[in-house]
Design a protein around this ligand. Structure first.
Ligand code: SF4
Length: 512
């Protein structure tokens, strides 16, 4: 019999629940975290502790070790698994470790860009994005590893492209196998409502936890500058919190009251639970829960008051949308060529080209020359990095390698007003979205794009395409094998061919 998982049981049973975030940063002593975990385990309604990894882009304690110790103290862990500096093989190993330890709850995240390596040459590895990671975990689950998968979404985006893409990407995450979502933090009830309406309108019944961050003055100051990436506090809220901080209790009562009201709001809006951050002290959490229950029937009144947003921010159901008109000549020419010379289906032209590229491939000098030619053409046009698995046609002719995190399935949560969290440039997904709007191809953006096969880096994507070697929609190759699992479904996602992991010992599962 499976070990109990209060988080899964609450969400499946439709019981409003609480998950408390434990930031496993280097600044917090591990012993202190575990003391907190044992106290939280005794708070009614708290179903899990969510153990962060790489929070704010800095290396912290190992979340798997902390989560295992937290569970020993009675708190069910939800382990954050990011794509930062973790290739496919490492992600697979981490998941096998979790399974061996009997931990089900995984929070699949792209992760913050490491602070220490924001500049080349120390570029971090982002082998997968969060959608690809979800797909990988779900594939392992199909083979009997019982994971329960959380994903993130931020409704608190105030430009059309940022906002719409967050919701598109959430749909992709659910389609890839995510079980539930957790919102980014924000202080705008209209945005909490917008996300619920988006999901309800599409009949998406997956549970969502609303983020309730207990906001103190120090965190508010940082967030007002957009730090950590994806977190933002409006000037009006910052001002209010500064005033509250003047009180003898330094604003403690006011911030707990705000948190309780936010819990009441998300509950009233139909969220499945609250994801509490910013304060993990058990007596505070207990107070927030009790107080939110006492004031639950006033949630609409509180929602009216919680409206901290930028001037002229974008709202999906009230703003006029579309009409970006920024596609440019090159995408139009490439589309026209694609129509005139169809090679993406079985045609005589495709067969002829496959023979030509097959010949080139058998002659290393010619293959190298073709790769150089392709690079010389695509580098100035698209910023090509010769990944060998070209998906320009699936991304409105925007190269994914120009995203600092190399994401292929949509933006991370770190954008601020359409700008990248890492480098001072517009987020590449703004152009993808605006071009798709221009050609009425928004639905195409929901197509899952697998990770590139890294073995093909530096080879011609044209050859790889015609010989069917690359990894892209319509040509997805299983590249990771899990030994000891049923052969019909042994393969997991992308990259790192030849990786064979050790069979996972499962000591904690033995008696389940
Ligand atoms: S997707 Fe790969 S092959 Fe295509 S332009 Fe970008 S780096 Fe080059």
């Amino acid at each position: 019999m499976d070990a109990p998982n209060p988080l899964r049981e609450a969400l499946e049973g439709g019981r409003f629940c609480y998950v408390v975030e434990l930031v496993a940063s280097r600044l917090t002593r591990e012993a202190r975290l575990l003391e907190v975990a044992s106290q939280l385990a005794r708070v009614p309604g708290v179903v899990a502790g969510s153990i962060t990894s790489y929070a704010g882009g800095a290396m912290g304690h190992d979340p798997i070790r902390v989560g295992t110790a937290a569970r020993a103290r009675g708190l069910t862990p939800n382990i954050h698994l990011t794509c930062v500096n973790r290739d496919v093989a490492a992600a697979q190993r981490a998941l096998e470790d979790l399974n061996a330890l009997g931990i089900e709850n995984v929070f699949a995240l792209t992760g913050d860009y490491p602070k220490s390596s924001a500049q080349p040459p120390e570029k971090p590895v982002f082998d997968l994005d969060s959608v690809q990671l979800v797909r990988m975990i779900a594939a392992m689950r199909e083979r009997g590893l019982p994971f329960w998968i959380a994903v993130a979404v931020s409704p608190f985006k105030y430009t059309e492209a940022d906002c719409a893409y967050q919701y598109l990407k959430l749909e992709k995450k659910f389609a890839a196998g995510a079980d539930y979502a957790v919102t980014q933090l924000g202080y705008d009830a209209h945005k909490f409502r917008e996300l619920r309406s988006y999901l309800d309108e599409r009949g998406i019944r997956k549970p969502v936890l609303g983020s309730v961050y207990v906001l103190g003055a120090k965190a508010a100051e940082k967030m007002s500058k957009g730090e950590p990436p994806g977190c933002w506090v409006a000037p009006e809220l910052l001002e209010k919190i500064r005033e509250e901080a003047q009180a003898p209790d330094k604003g403690a009562a006011a911030r707990l009251e705000r948190a309780a009201r936010m819990v009441a709001i998300v509950r009233g809006l139909g969220y499945a639970g609250a994801y509490l951050g910013g304060d993990h002290q058990a007596d505070h959490i207990r107070w927030i829960i009790k107080r939110s229950e006492a004031i639950a029937n006033r949630w609409e009144e509180f929602a009216e008051e919680l409206n901290y947003a930028p001037q002229n921010g974008f709202y999906l159901y009230t703003a006029s949308k579309g009409g970006a008109g920024k596609r440019g000549a090159i995408p139009a020419i490439l589309d026209a060529l694609g129509k005139a010379f169809p090679v993406n289906r079985e045609t005589a032209l495709r067969r002829a080209l496959a023979r030509v590229f097959g010949w080139v491939d058998r002659h290393p000098g010619a293959a190298r020359g073709l790769e150089r030619l392709e690079f010389a053409l695509k580098r100035p046009l698209f910023g090509c990095e010769a990944c060998g698995n070209c998906v320009l046609g699936h991304m409105e002719y925007v190269c994914p390698q120009t995203c600092p995190k190399h994401l292929r399935n949509g933006p991370c949560g770190g954008t601020l007003q359409g700008r990248c969290e890492v480098v001072d440039q517009p987020c590449i997904w703004v152009a993808v979205y605006e071009r798709a709007v221009d050609t009425a191809r928004i639905e195409d953006l929901k197509t899952f794009i697998p990770p590139p096969d890294r073995k093909l880096t530096g080879t011609s994507s044209w050859i790889n395409y015609f010989l069917g070697r690359d990894n892209r929609p319509g040509s997805e190759h299983p590249l990771v094998t899990i030994r000891g699992l049923p052969s019909a479904s042994r393969t997991v996602g992308p990259a790192a061919a030849g990786v064979e992991s050790k069979p996972a010992a499962a000591p904690h599962q033995a008696g389940r």
